[in-house]
Ligand binder design. Structure first.
Ligand code: AMP
Ligand code: GLY
Length: 423
């Protein structure tokens, strides 16, 4: 089958590599993809938010199946627009993607269906929010309602910080219309776990759990980023916790969406915090996580394409989804300056014949050279029987990836290894 994948990052590279292994897939287009994907996909210069361009390309090229990976096109209704032209897709329709597109929607959904999450208040008026902050418990968490490139969450440790966040989101328009409404919520503490799941709207199958490392620098210092590395499985996510999450969070969420007439098909991402009062939802994403996908998919056995189609056609209950009993680690290598203004255009040299994978997020061609073209440039991924071995392997590959002023965290998986030792 001739398929296309919308998106261009490391997550999409991991998805495309896995899909390219399916005997049913004969050709993959990436819209827009990046230059490092050329072995597995033909890149087409149509942006992920250009819904009309995406649909026209799909129709003109008789695409038989589309995977819409990033949040923006999902929230904008790319799946609906493709479905209208008779093209089957992996990913939720617009009315279900709202679970990520609006934090007010997702918080109200959790409240209505008793799904454990942080206590919260919604504000549409800055003065009311500021008044509330005079007495709100501190620390507190301020969230812009809409998509904000992963930056719409501010954890405020003082009342002044909280008020400054409200002012910049609501009065100064820091995130544009995404900040017309805000959620102010209870600050929760505990280990974080990412659980991606396949769902066809009725059945939900969690994938292997993972742990992201969001801060730019070692020991969780520096600014928040899109993710500097991941490991899977997450040692804090025990079988008992998994069972509790299935009963109190995963199934209730899928059923709530169905009950609201917003059946969710695709990958639903549960961002969880394991608090002393049990697991709670920190966020939902309507898509695969990045860089979680880079450690989850290498552990998936079987045919990703078949599983994706089962979510589309409602046959997930008859589909086997199995993960290897192994561990995976991803070390992200980033450009100097990231997550603020960063360097680009540095020659990128990728090693061959490695015991792992390199999923490239930001690269383009400059003549016959490959050069960097993003903040997060790539993720080096290895799998092994133990987490320690997977990490050692990934870190042993890192020095052979070359671009000027590359930086990466040296402590990916450190906390997970300590958890395994019961520390
Ligand atoms: P999000 O963009 O929703 O993933 O939030 C970014 C990060 O902010 C999360 O990964 C958490 O580390 C943190 N966070 C979000 N909500 C809370 C909360 N209620 N309490 C503590 N930390 C939070
Ligand atoms: N790694 C977090 C996300 O994909 O939103």
């Amino acid at each position: 089958m001739k398929i296309m994948v919308v998106g261009s990052g490391g997550r999409e590279h991991a998805i495309i590599k896995k899909l390219s292994k399916s005997p049913k897939v004969t050709k993959i287009y990436a819209l827009p993809g990046n230059a490092a994907m050329k072995n597995e996909a033909e890149c087409v210069n149509i942006g992920a938010k250009d819904i009309e361009g995406i649909v026209n390309f799909a129709v003109e090229n008789k695409i038989e199946y589309a995977v819409v990976a990033p949040d923006d096109p999902l929230v904008l209704g790319a799946v609906d627009a493709l479905n209208e032209k008779g093209i089957d897709c992996f990913g939720p329709r617009k009315n279900a993607a709202i679970i990520e597109g609006s934090k007010v929607f997702s918080k109200n959904l959790m409240k209505k269906y008793n799904i454990p999450t942080a206590e919260y208040e919604v504000f549409e008026d800055a003065n009311e929010a500021l008044k509330y902050l005079d007495t709100a418990p501190i620390p507190t968490v301020i969230k812009a309602d809409g998509l904000a490139l992963g930056k719409g969450v501010i954890i405020a440790f003082t009342r002044e910080e909280a008020k400054a966040a409200v002012n910049s989101i609501m009065n100064e328009g820091q995130f544009g219309e995404s900040g017309n409404k805000i959620v102010i919520e209870e600050f929760l503490e505990g280990p974080e776990v990412s659980v991606l799941s396949f769902t066809d709207g009725n059945t939900v199958i969690p994938m292997v759990s993972s742990m992201d490392h969001k801060r730019a620098l070692d020991d969780d210092k520096g600014l928040n980023t899109g993710g500097m590395g991941t490991i899977a499985p997450n040692p804090y996510y025990t079988e008992d916790i998994a069972a509790e999450c299935m009963e109190k969070i995963f199934l209730p969420t899928i059923n709530a969406m169905k009950n609201e007439g917003r059946e969710f098909r695709g990958c639903l991402y549960f961002g969880l915090m394991l608090t002393k009062n049990g697991p709670k939802v920190i966020e939902y994403n309507c898509r695969f996580g990045d860089p979680e996908t880079q450690v989850v998919l290498p552990l998936l056995e079987g045919d990703l394409f078949e599983i994706m189609r089962a979510t589309t056609f409602g046959t997930l209950n008859e589909t086997e989804v199995k993960f290897k009993d192994e561990c995976a680690a991803c070390v992200v290598m980033a450009s100097k300056g990231y997550p603020e203004k960063y360097e680009t255009g540095k020659e990128l040299i990728l090693p061959k014949d490695i015991d792992g994978e390199i999923y490239v997020a930001g690269a383009k061609n400059d003549g016959d050279k490959l050069v960097t073209a993003g903040g997060r440039v790539l993720g080096v991924v290895s799998t092994a029987k133990t987490l320690k071995e997977a990490l050692d392997k990934a870190y042993s590959i890192v020095p052979s990836v070359k671009f000027e002023n590359a930086f990466y965290r040296h402590d990916i998986g450190k906390r997970a290894l300590m958890a395994k030792e019961g520390k």
